[in-house]
Design a protein around this ligand. Structure first.
Ligand SMILES: [Zn+2]
Length: 240
């Protein structure tokens, strides 16, 4: 049997801010812990970004079932609400940061999601030290369908440079804002490669098997919210 990777895609752990409202993108800390426990109890191993990249190169080097935990938009509340749960499971994680909003808020979600603080570079450095891999979610958090090829290159390069400058690491993973990878996958793949990325994630979809040579710049993720039925979801996906 070959390695199955389930990539979980979360936004916010915990409750909305006092002046905010509940949306599906908030997973309560207890639900989050229960979801990680579901994997833990069934023998899935928590993978790091580096584990997944090496599995893409040599699938046999890893356990049969691995789970990669990712968070989009880099909310400040991750430090308080997600980190303690991750530490309980000794689980590494990935945070995808829209670099122009570091230390600011999710202004791109205006009217759709409550405004929340996005972590500043100091907090991202602390998360990095605690086992998070800080990766790119673009600079301005725009879907690629609305961008010119030049703007796509700018998003890929500017965000990667900001991460390198502030955290001293090269981002190897990318998550498309809104899961929107644009209309021309050939062009985007080439731009990602040129900028130095090794893999890119969509939002939604199922699991993937590194041994089946999945397209590295269109990897699926499981959209996670408080009510996700992992039994139903992963039984179906594994049965595929
Ligand atoms: Zn996002």
């Amino acid at each position: 049997m070959s390695l199955v990777v389930a990539t979980l895609s979360y936004h916010k752990i915990g409750s909305p801010p006092r002046d905010g409202w509940q949306t599906w993108n908030y997973t309560g800390s207890e639900e989050f812990a229960a979801q990680l426990n579901w994997f833990h109890q069934r023998g899935w191993q928590f993978l790091s970004a580096a584990d997944v990249l090496s599995a893409m190169r040599a699938p046999s080097a890893l356990p049969e079932q691995g789970v990669l935990i990712t968070f989009d938009d880099a909310y400040d509340s991750l430090f308080e609400n997600a980190l303690p749960v991750l530490e309980k499971f000794s689980a590494p994680a990935v945070v995808f940061v829209p670099t122009q909003f570091v230390g600011s808020a999710n202004l791109f979600d205006h009217g759709i999601e409550p405004l929340e603080r996005i972590a500043d570079w100091g907090t991202l450095a602390k998360l990095q030290k605690a086992g998070f891999s800080v990766e790119s979610h673009g600079a301005t958090h725009r879907g690629f369908s609305s961008l010119t090829p030049f703007e796509i290159e700018m998003e890929l390069n500017a965000s990667r440079e900001a991460i390198r400058e502030n955290l001293g690491v090269d981002s190897r993973l990318f998550a498309y804002p809104y899961g929107d990878s644009g209309a021309d996958s050939g062009l985007v793949d080439l731009a990602l490669q040129k900028a130095g990325y090794e893999a890119a994630f969509l939002y939604g979809g199922g699991i993937f098997k590194p041994s089946q040579n999945p397209a590295p710049f269109s990897l699926p993720r499981l959209a996670m919210g408080p009510d996700v039925d992992l039994d139903a979801l992963l039984f179906q996906k594994n049965a595929l």
